[in-house]
Design a protein around this ligand. Structure first.
Ligand code: ARG
Length: 456
């Protein structure tokens, strides 16, 4: 090996081009805004700026046509574009980087990219919410067991169950909107870290690029990646919600539960067991949650030892971030049609609701209405339930005499307690009573309608 070989083989260690290429649009937009401002401020001439802008526009076309001569030896997207600009327009290209550094440049590019990613993410979440809402609307009378500790607990409306997820995703949207506020800040003008030594109009560039604010401290601006952490954290929570939903879909589609049937396109068969319909899409979504968590941890770990200001470690911020964005968007995109296309087996849900002792709370409430203190009523129903279970009988199969053995307060009308009545009794704000669920559906519809008016 010659020393040259050693040099080139080690150089690949620093290359980021294969992943930061995807910042080309943001990089070019940032450069165009910067050089126009330089001309406006009299730092370069109008002709020079025009030449540079034209050159950059041509490069964008070249990239989009797949004709750009990418050079790994130039390390990253910024150097590739700048060097190509020089090849196309000559020495005047060198004026573009006046009052700028790759440090404020990459921070600006990444923020522009993140803003777009947030917009797409929110739109993706809205898609999933729309499917949840449609399923909820179709199932305002479907009753299924609600679980605690994975034990059948109390009957609920399936619409209520779906709307629980709607709420989770609504909070996710709030988190991404909040992240957007902190992402929407422009670092350009910070230069390497101390601020540019030219009379730049930072506000003008910010406006040109669609940023709401400019950064307030140059040293912070070139080294801050909190906005990426905000995205990662919101993405991790959103994936966690998708994963919880996946988990339910997986066991709901098992033979033991049989609550749903996934549409064929979201399942796969087994290569050796022809009867199987595996819920692979939900399982993969659950699995992908792991890598998104990993990227959050990865970036936190990259950042924890970094002194001010820019350190090359920061280049490691992008790969995990892009993967998180891709993973989350792809998962959301699969979930919207997967949720809407699954078949609800309401009769299985109803059957499961009647099979257990889910009316136990209602029996206790019955006694309470007859003056029995709740704690005592609870004990009576616990004993009654143990007795019924030992005989493998449902409450409905017990005779009146048997009821009376446990409490003289039981009367004939105890047989009128049904799953439907149990659901209807939960008539508090946020409860599963049909009226409350209808109200929640209206609220959810309003939320979706309000956002479709203004594009996210
Ligand atoms: N590729 C680098 C990154 O992503 C760009 C900034 C490099 N700056 C520097 N001073 N080496 O962070």
């Amino acid at each position: 090996m010659t020393t040259d070989d050693v040099g080139s083989s080690f150089k690949s260690f620093t290359v980021s081009l294969h992943y930061d290429r995807r910042l080309y649009k943001q990089d070019i937009a940032g450069s165009i805004a910067h050089v126009r401002m330089l001309a406006k401020q009299g730092i370069v001439t109008k002709q020079e700026a025009d030449q540079i802008v034209k050159g950059l526009a041509a490069i964008r076309e070249e990239i989009e046509a797949g004709q750009f001569p990418w050079r790994e030896d130039l390390e990253d997207i910024h150097m590739n574009i700048e060097s190509r600009l020089h090849a196309r327009i000559g020495d005047v290209a060198g004026k573009l980087h006046t009052g700028r550094s790759r440090n404020d440049q990459v921070a600006t590019d990444t923020r522009l990219y993140t803003k777009e990613a947030i917009t797409k993410t929110i739109a993706g979440i809205r898609g999933v919410q729309r499917s949840l809402l449609a399923q909820a609307e179709a199932n305002t009378e479907t009753i299924l067991p609600g679980y605690t500790h994975m034990q059948r607990a109390q009957p609920v409306l399936l619409a209520h169950h779906f709307l629980a997820y709607f709420q989770m995703f609504e909070r996710d949207i709030q988190r991404f909107r909040d992240a957007l506020k902190r992402t929407d800040v422009m670092p350009l003008g910070s230069a390497a870290m101390a601020g540019a030594a030219y009379w730049l109009d930072r506000e003008w560039v910010a406006k040109e690029l669609g940023f709401s604010a400019i950064s307030q401290n140059s040293m912070d601006a070139v080294s801050d990646r909190d906005f990426l952490l905000d995205y990662h954290a919101a993405a991790a929570t959103c994936m966690m919600h998708l994963s919880r939903l996946s988990e339910e879909l997986v066991y709901w589609s098992s033979e033991e539960f049989g609550f749903i049937r996934m549409a064929a396109e979201f399942t796969t068969g087994s290569s050796i067991m022809p009867q199987k319909r595996n819920p692979d899409f939900a399982e993969i979504a659950r699995g992908k949650t792991g890598r998104v968590y990993g990227h959050l941890m990865g970036l936190l770990t990259i950042m924890k030892g970094l002194p001010l200001t820019y350190n090359r470690d920061l280049q490691e911020d992008k790969e995990g971030f892009f993967d998180t964005v891709d993973t989350l968007l792809a998962t959301l995109e699969v979930f919207a049609p997967m949720l809407i296309s699954m078949e609800i087996r309401w009769e299985r849900m109803r059957q499961a609701t009647g099979a257990g002792y889910m009316l136990a709370t209602d029996l206790a409430d019955y006694l309470v209405r007859r003056g029995v203190p709740f704690r005592i009523a609870h004990g009576i129903v616990a004993e009654l339930t143990r007795y019924a279970a030992s005989k493998s009988m449902t409450y409905g199969q017990l005779t009146m005499d048997e009821f009376k053995k446990f409490s003289p307060d039981f009367a004939q009308d105890v047989s009128e307690i049904t799953e439907e009545k149990s659901v209807a009794a939960r008539d508090v704000p946020g409860g599963t009573a049909p009226g409350r669920v209808r109200q929640a559906l209206e609220e959810a519809k309003k939320l979706l309608a309000a956002t479709s008016e203004k594009p996210e």
